[in-house]
Write a protein that binds this ligand. Structure first.
Ligand code: ZN
Length: 149
């Protein structure tokens, strides 16, 4: 019997809900927060439902790609906005300073969000993996290592 406010650990949320949880740095499966010890240091497993985040070697490459897409999209938007707003006397040096600074700072801000969003996307696209427990995840790793040899 569930008590009001309890979150079922093994139900699969819809993609929108999982993505919304990822965008707020929460677990895609159960919606629990506290996944980060510091701003950047992510726990290996969800403290509430035990979901193991990094399932395979190179797993976070998707998060890096999401981070890059977010940063460079913002880069293009800010560049177009600044050029459009100041045309024809475009302050290229100022734009260069702003954009280079942005490309250093924004990836650090976006980093934890890109990880939790990536978990949501990857777990949803991989189907049943969102309900996977740590033992099943370890089995997936050993199966993949075995098939690689
Ligand atoms: Zn969780």
């Amino acid at each position: 019997m569930r008590v009001k406010g309890d979150k079922p650990a093994n139900t699969r949320p819809g993609f929108g809900r999982a993505l919304a949880r990822g965008m707020t740095r929460k677990c895609a499966r159960c919606g629990s927060g506290n996944l980060f010890r510091y701003y950047m240091l992510m726990a290996e497993n969800c403290p509430q439902c035990g979901l193991q985040f990094e399932r395979l070697e190179g797993y976070w490459l998707g998060a890096v790609a999401l981070n890059l897409i977010a940063v460079e999209s913002l880069f293009v938007i800010v560049l177009i906005a600044m050029v459009t707003a100041t045309w024809p006397n475009v302050p290229w040096t100022l734009i260069l300073i702003v954009l280079v600074s942005m490309n250093v700072i924004v990836p650090l801000i976006v980093y934890p969000f890109s990880r939790t969003v990536w978990v949501a996307i990857e777990r949803y696209l991989s189907g049943t993996a969102v309900t996977e427990t740590r033992n099943q995840s370890d089995k997936t790793r050993s199966d993949l290592r075995g098939s690689a040899n």
